[in-house]
Design a protein around this ligand. Structure first.
Ligand code: P1T
Length: 410
């Protein structure tokens, strides 16, 4: 069945009790039993809930996975997946990931003596060299957040030894544009808060697999760790996911146009978007992905602080964390989504104070381009300034015209 058909119909049986065409929000924490142990398959909503079950069936159908286990957020799903590990295990992870993932690994899991090697996963020999006898997972985000690097999933799968799991964060592409399980990955993780939900009104996460034993372990962790997706959020995410195909096509169409608009501007230094022929992994993106997605990162000419000025000036692009909603967002990774990563580490990854990330929504593309144009034009005088010290408190006068406008408070 076509992706769009699965998105609308999978898991969406008419309600058995009432015939309701749309799966109801089963707002109940518990279920009445007629005798001890005699119930209709539901006993407590942390363990199972019909609205959440329907979402899990729908998402599994989209990812073409045998199992989907839903969580209260993407990080809830990541916590469960990494709880498959034991003390002493080692993980090789992409050196460009969402800041919260980095924080989970370095601030929480390292305390349990799980060790992590962050490596540029576009460099296959470097990944091979990082694998140790106690390596249990290769953790891949592709495209990476926020640098939009593309990691060759097939090449990573070829490196894995028996007993090692390849986990792919498919949040940026969604199953509409990329199928890591078909390429041999063991587990796919999603922040369903993003494109899958699609409307920035719900938080959720999902782990998907074709492996029955892994699925059983994830089910145990779902009911045990407590990152429980509420029935209301499950409903919203399911409702959003029905239009995933239509939205992803529009996100990509708009993002491609905006990436070209930005690449042609002299006052934009670098544009990171896998759909541009200039992207270093454009060819890999063309073969591994069915589309390039809706996220663009960029650096601007001029001092790094120009990025803050542009972020303040866009009107349709809301200055906000997150991505993947129908509305466009602009984000300053160094101070927002990736602020948990120490500065030296951020700079090493390319997440400089001058980097901006756009989540391109599905508004009219001409309006979006006009919005970016006015914000870039208003700051283009700064493009002539080459000092990069304005974010340095020791050098507050680097941009006299724009100082003292208040530091961001995220
Ligand atoms: O926010 P949450 O639903 O817990 O998902 C975490 C997460 C996991 N994986 C990726 C690739 C992500 O981008 C995220 C969350 N990211 C943001 C909030 C952001 O603005 O990048």
């Amino acid at each position: 069945m076509d992706f769009a058909t699965r998105a609308i119909h999978a898991g969406q049986e008419p309600d058995q009790a009432t015939g309701a065409t749309i799966v109801p929000i089963y707002a109940t924490s518990t279920y009445t039993q007629t005798a001890v142990g005699n119930h209709k398959g539901f006993d407590y909503s942390r363990v199972a809930n019909p609205t959440r079950n329907a979402l899990e069936t729908q998402l599994a159908a989209l990812e073409e996975a045998s199992h989907c286990v839903a969580f209260a957020s993407g990080l809830g799903a990541e916590s469960a997946i990494t709880s498959l590990l034991s003390s002493g295990d080692h993980v090789v992870v992409s050196d460009d990931t969402y800041g919260g993932t980095y924080r989970l690994f370095t601030r929480v899991l390292e305390r349990f003596r799980i060790t992590f090697t962050f490596v540029d996963m576009t460099d296959v020999p470097a990944v091979r060299a990082a694998i140790r006898p106690n390596t249990k997972m290769l953790w891949i985000e592709t495209p990476t957040n926020p640098m939009l690097r593309i990691i060759d999933i097939t090449a990573m799968v070829a490196l894995k030894a028996p007993g090692q799991l390849v986990v792919v964060d498919n949040t940026f592409c969604t199953p509409y544009f990329q199928s890591p399980l078909a390429l041999g990955a063991d587990i796919v993780i999603h922040s369903a808060t993003k494109y899958i939900g699609g409307h920035s009104d719900a938080m959720g996460g999902a782990a998907m697999t074709n492996d029955d034993a892994i699925a059983a372990d994830l089910r145990l962790l779902q009911k045990t760790l407590g990152a429980t997706l509420s029935p209301f959020e499950a409903f919203l995410i399911s409702r959003g996911a029905k239009t995933l195909a239509v939205r992803m096509r529009e996100h990509e169409r708009n993002a491609l146009a905006i990436a070209h608009f930005l690449a042609e501007r002299d006052d934009v230094a670098e544009v990171f978007y896998p759909g541009l022929a200039s992207h270093p992994q454009h060819e890999l993106a063309r073969t591994q992905m069915r589309g390039f997605g809706g996220i663009i990162s960029m650096t601007l000419r001029g001092p790094e602080s120009r990025a803050l000025e542009v972020a303040k000036r866009t009107k349709l692009f809301a200055l906000a964390e997150s991505l993947g909603g129908v509305e466009s967002l602009i984000n300053h990774p160094a101070r927002m989504t990736h602020g948990s990563i120490p500065k030296e580490e951020r700079d090493r990854r390319g997440i400089t104070d001058g980097l901006l990330r756009l989540s391109v929504g599905i508004e009219g593309v001409h309006d979006l381009i006009a919005d970016l144009r006015q914000a870039l034009d208003a700051t283009s005088a700064l493009a002539e300034i080459t000092t990069a010290g304005a974010l340095d408190p020791a050098n507050p006068d680097a941009i006299p015209a724009m100082q003292n406008e208040g530091a961001p408070t995220y």
